[in-house]
Design a protein around this ligand. Structure first.
Ligand code: ATP
Length: 356
């Protein structure tokens, strides 16, 4: 196992920043901790790095209990958002720094730095100072400093947040390639769900210091455990509408919209009583337009060429976002009818738990 956390907790005074976090990150995987500001994701990463003490629980890296081990002895390397480069040192010396500190032989330092520079295409920049580099190049140097240490685990704390949108997309691809090339275990913290979806093979969604759900990106997208994960993963977000279970026949339930004649249907195999108030969740791309359905008024249509987003409102004033593929007929100001297949209608109880 690459990294295993068992019942890890962190308190700051009486504040519980993390509660009872357990997870397994297989060797060689790309794990992403994602969640809104303050959910505890950076604290969790810092605890794995050893920069923050745990208040309880156990941290195991590569089958060694490191809970009480000094950061330098954990065989991890962290890449920070602000790069943390030494401005007075050349790119070469920045990357060589930790190896010199560890008194590695000169020939080995040279070899490892050259190898990292080759992987990151920094060769021509080795003599330069950080101030002579672009933001993307500086971030590559910061990654190079981690690579030369040959750590068991790479830890990334929002490494792309200082870069502009275009560069972020480019660096995202570079990180995926780097991960494939090195085959190392990587753990990456971000608040950006798109970054999480594109980079990860394993996502941990956090909120309020608790892991809400862990799984492969598309598993979280298709099969969220609760309303928070359903709404957090995916852009534009899932639509939520308050309903009441009006009828049930076997697995098929009829979900009557509040303040509307209209109903959706969904399939539930577990407990769900007629009369229970629930919320339904439908992704923007899962609404069908036309036929008999929930009437909504389209207020704004964003046409992006291949895809369009309709921002619409129900008669009771709820906002709905619909994604359409391909079609270019203008629907601004029109009333359209929305429906969805039962398998695309997710149901959440009053506490936001998914009913299946
Ligand atoms: P962000 O994306 O904003 O960095 P985060 O999810 O990474 O958020 P953390 O930085 O891990 O969140 O912080 C989690 C919670 O713990 C926050 O509410 C924060 O205010 C609190 N916290 C973090 N460090 C300390 C500290 N040294 N003392 C007190 N509270 C702290």
């Amino acid at each position: 196992m690459g990294v295993r956390l068992t019942n890890v907790a962190k308190t700051f005074g009486s504040f519980h920043a993390l509660r009872d976090v357990s997870m397994e990150i297989p060797t060689g995987s790309f794990a992403v901790f994602v969640g809104p500001s303050g959910c505890g994701k950076s604290t969790l990463l810092r605890m794995i790095a050893g920069l923050e003490e745990t208040s309880g629980g156990e941290i195991v890296i590569d089958d060694r209990d490191v809970t009480a081990v000094e950061p330098a002895e954990r065989q991890v390397a962290m890449v920070f958002q602000n790069y943390a480069l030494y401005p007075h040192l050349s790119v070469f010396e920045n990357m060589a720094f930790s190896l010199r500190l560890a008194r590695r032989p000169k020939e080995e330092v040279n070899r490892r730095v050259q190898e990292a520079a080759r992987i990151l295409q920094l060769g021509e920049h080795l003599p330069k100072k950080p101030s002579q580099l672009s933001g993307g190049q500086r971030q590559r140097v910061a990654i190079g400093r981690a690579i030369v240490r040959q750590p068991k685990v790479f830890l990334f704390d929002e490494p792309l947040s200082n870069l502009d949108a275009e560069l972020r997309v480019q660096m995202r691809l570079e990180l995926t390639r780097l991960h494939r090339q090195l085959g190392a275990t990587m753990i990456y913290v971000t608040h950006d769900q798109v970054e999480a979806m594109t980079l990860a093979d394993l996502i941990f969604v956090l909120k309020g210091g608790v892991v809400q759900q862990a799984g492969a990106p598309l598993a979280l997208y298709d099969d969220p455990d609760n309303r928070f994960v359903a709404g957090f993963i995916g852009s534009p977000s899932m639509n939520f509408l308050p309903t009441v279970i009006a009828a049930r026949e076997g697995h098929r339930v009829t979900l009557q919209l509040e303040g509307s004649e209209h109903a959706f249907t969904a399939d539930l195999s577990g407990q769900a009583a007629v009369g229970q108030a629930v919320e339904i969740g439908v992704r923007p791309e899962h609404f069908r337009i036309g036929g008999a359905g929930l009437p909504v008024q389209v207020e704004v249509a964003e046409e992006l060429g291949d895809v369009s987003y309709l921002y619409a409102r129900t008669a009771s004033g709820r906002e709905i976002v619909v994604q359409r593929q391909g079609s270019r007929d203008r629907l601004d100001g029109q009333t359209v009818q929305l429906s969805a297949e039962p398998r695309h209608v997710l149901v959440f109880d009053g506490e936001g738990r998914r009913l299946r």
